[in-house]
Design a protein around this ligand. Structure first.
Ligand SMILES: *[C@@H]1O[C@H](CO)[C@@H](O)[C@H](O)[C@H]1NC(C)=O
Length: 303
């Protein structure tokens, strides 16, 4: 076996969310070389890896490849949703070889975002100043369900502080540009996940950090967040005994600019990098296959 010899071929079996994407970006965007991505199913016998997006199987096993698998071929199970939002399609154990998700225990780990060190040579660092703010707390939400814990937090918190709300549920759809403008014009942004699960920390956190709003998070524990970002980069709902206490703290930071600015100290050392779905997922799959030729099987997918 000589992995360096011929390029690794990864077949995109189903276009994620039925959307096509450029297949020749691995080297230019991610510096990953020796990869060929294809969506042409004629290559199923030749592919080293087959990338399958869980959601697009859509409860229908006939959407999976129907071949006698070449011995070296690996099927990659790709999923970006939390366990609460993952359909337990039966019959998928002992079928896939490699897992790809945001979780730290996935074979191929593609978090929604991460912090990367800022370039060296920044000795004369000028502290970051967030852009002008004309709103205290904002929330943009499309999936609003009363049974979600985040909705209960929102309702509680809004008794004590005005929350500027946007999104489909509030009949205020926002464009991509508006999304950015809204977040950067707010002092605090509610980065509330739809469900609380280990490592499930999405663009809701990373976009707020990137755009200069201080994230107020609901999701996994503070400890879990701190495996991804510094503890002084966010406010966690669990830090407070009540939403009233949280509101009080937000007003305190509102009045005390020096305290507020402490939430941006991470910017001296890091910048935000958000994942480029699904191109990055496909390129990282290829890189993984190239480096891991050993036999492996996912015997218990949902665990
Ligand atoms: C991939 O998983 C299948 C199904 O369990 C297995 O038969 C095959 O040997 C595995 N291939 C590799 C390369 O690990």
């Amino acid at each position: 076996m000589n992995p360096g010899h011929r390029p690794v071929l990864v077949l995109i079996w189903l276009w994620p969310f039925n959307q096509t994407f450029e297949l020749d970006l691995c080297s230019s965007l991610f510096n990953i070389h020796g990869c060929v991505l294809t969506a042409n199913r004629d290559f199923i016998e030749k592919a080293d890896g087959v990338l399958i997006h869980h959601r697009d199987i859509a409860w229908d096993a006939s959407n999976l490849p129907w071949i006698l698998r070449p011995p070296h071929q690996k099927w990659i199970w790709m999923n970006s949703e939390s366990p609460s939002n993952t359909a337990r399609i039966p019959g998928l154990d002992d079928l896939f070889n490699v897992s790809l998700s945001y979780r730290r225990d996935a074979d191929i780990r593609v978090p929604y975002g991460s912090l990367v060190p800022v370039h060296d040579g920044f000795e004369d660092f000028v502290d970051f100043l967030p852009s002008e703010k004309d709103k205290l707390v904002c929330w943009i939400v499309s999936n609003y369900k009363p049974e979600h814990r985040r909705v209960q937090y929102y309702e509680q918190l809004s008794k004590y502080v005005q929350i500027h709300v946007y999104g489909e549920f509030f009949e205020r759809r926002v464009s991509e540009q508006e999304y950015k403008d809204i977040i950067s014009s707010c002092k605090f942004y509610l980065s509330f996940e739809n469900s609380a699960h280990k490592d499930y920390i999405t663009e809701k956190l990373f976009n707020a950090m990137d755009l200069g709003a201080v994230p107020v998070v609901f999701g996994p524990s503070r400890k879990n967040y701190e495996r991804f970002v510094p503890g002084d980069a966010f406010i966690h709902v669990d830090d407070f005994p009540s939403m009233r206490a949280l509101a009080k703290y937000l007003f305190l930071l509102h009045r005390n600019q020096a305290l507020y600015l402490r939430y941006f100290r991470w910017r001296r050392r890091f910048q935000v990098k958000t994942a480029y779905f699904p191109v990055e997922n496909a390129c990282l799959s290829c890189e993984y296959i190239r480096q891991n030729r050993q036999y492996q099987v996912l015997t218990n997918l949902y665990r």
